[in-house]
Write a protein that binds this ligand. Structure first.
Ligand code: KG4
Ligand code: ZN
Length: 393
């Protein structure tokens, strides 16, 4: 089965094409292509993701990205051709349906004659949530349009399920080569750490999820971004903090500050990161110290605090569930200190740890396409964006 994945939940416009065969734990996958257009630099000026700008950018980017994805005919000759007039008619109907909601998308569709060639795709998978609703709607509207135009089933996907199944792909298998997905033994556990989410999920089976812990306020990536901002570092701040912390370790800079390890003594698997950010805020106010050395030391202590907290709760969840496999997903797992820490923990527990590659830890459409075949998805021709969509409902 060939699946087109579409992801627009935040500030990455992403499309991917994969082919899968087999079922369940015997699923094999071939990555045909995966394109990610990051808007991070544009949002950097606002110190965070600006939803209206994200919406406009997705509207501009989707059609050119799809063109790029299909230009070299990776799926061979089209299965059929749509009459040019029918295409023009479809775009004008779509424009009426959108009531001026997505002018950028309509404008780029108007010149997109390549869409009259219907590609050999069996299914379209699109992120329906969670995420920023104005951004999600662009991907959904676009997916609905091509699904109807090409008469291909449309599967709405939970972004968090994408982050879970995305870790099952092997990072070293080259494009266009068949690979077996990594094997999950149930129950499995997923720790999802991104800019919008911090959750621990018990996976009873693919498609059967129970959230056993989550943040009560800020997500861990958000804490990285906010602390970076306090230190005068650009958005997204996670990579900058992690670079400072790395330099502190290499240069043997230690901070004389001790930050809290929030909720480490609570009896559950929940998190809270807003207090940690506030501690940094007060500390910076009190100290008036801004040297590079101080910032590096602070970044290191912050990273250690996050690492201790996440690891402590992960261990608690492993003890409670008796999980046989652990997956970590979400943009924050690009962080080298965390990757190392979780590897050690999984080794200690004697269970496999699956991490996405550093390239696929951030938002991408490969994971959405994969969830479209491997997850709990079904054909829904008229999906709705749901900014707070949960994985367990
Ligand atoms: O999953 P993701 O790409 O988007 C969301 O769905 O939120 O995650 C983005 C988050 C941002 O907060 C970013 O600062 C953080 O991941 N991040 C990192 C690192 N690279 C990205 N945080 C810590 N260390 C990193 N190396
Ligand atoms: Zn994400």
């Amino acid at each position: 089965m060939i699946i087109l994945g579409i992801e627009t939940s935040c500030d990455e416009t992403a499309l991917a094409l994969i082919e899968t065969r087999g079922e369940g734990s015997r699923t094999e996958c071939r990555v045909i292509d995966s394109l990610v257009h990051s808007q991070a630099e544009l949002h950097s000026a606002y110190g965070g993701v600006y939803p209206t700008l994200a919406k406009r950018e997705h509207g501009k980017n989707l059609v050119p990205l799809l063109y790029k994805l299909l230009a070299d005919k990776p799926l061979g000759d089209p299965v059929r051709k749509i009459n040019k007039n029918d295409f023009t008619e479809a775009v004008s109907l779509f424009k009426q349906d959108l009531h001026g909601q997505n002018d950028e998308l309509i404008e780029s569709l108007s010149g997109a004659d390549f869409l009259i060639d219907v590609p050999r795709i069996d299914r379209i998978a699109v992120t329906e949530g969670p995420g920023l609703e104005p951004a999600l709607w662009v991907g959904i509207n676009f997916a609905k349009f091509i699904s109807k135009l090409w008469n291909i089933p449309l599967h709405p996907i939970n972004h968090m399920e994408g982050h879970i199944v995305g870790s099952l792909l092997d990072e070293n298998t080259p494009r266009n080569t068949w690979q077996n997905l990594k094997k999950l033994e149930f129950p499995a556990l997923a720790l999802l750490i991104s800019g919008g989410h911090t959750e621990i999920i018990k996976i009873k089976n693919i498609g059967e999820y129970e959230i056993i812990g989550q943040t009560r306020d800020d997500a861990v990536g958000e804490a990285f971004d906010k602390v970076a901002r306090l230190l005068g570092l650009p958005y997204p701040g996670g990579p900058h903090i992690s670079l400072y912390a790395k330099q502190a370790r290499e240069e043997n800079i230690k901070s004389n500050i001790t930050l809290p390890r929030p909720m480490i003594n609570s009896d559950d698997c929940d998190f809270s990161f807003s207090g940690l950010k506030t501690s940094v805020l007060y500390l910076l106010k009190d100290m008036n110290e801004k040297s590079e050395e101080f910032k590096k030391g602070l970044a290191r202590e912050f990273e250690d605090s996050v690492s201790d907290t996440l690891d402590y709760k992960l261990r608690k969840a492993l003890d409670i569930t008796g999980a046989k496999t652990v997956i970590i997903g979400g943009g924050v797992i690009a962080n080298e200190t965390l990757r190392q820490r979780f590897k050690e923990t999984a080794d200690e527990y004697g269970i496999p740890l699956y991490l996405p590659s550093r390239q696929t830890s951030g938002d991408n459409a490969l994971m959405i396409a994969l969830a479209g075949t491997f997850g709990k998805s079904s054909n829904i021709p008229d999906p709705q964006a749901n900014g707070t969509k949960r994985l367990d409902r």
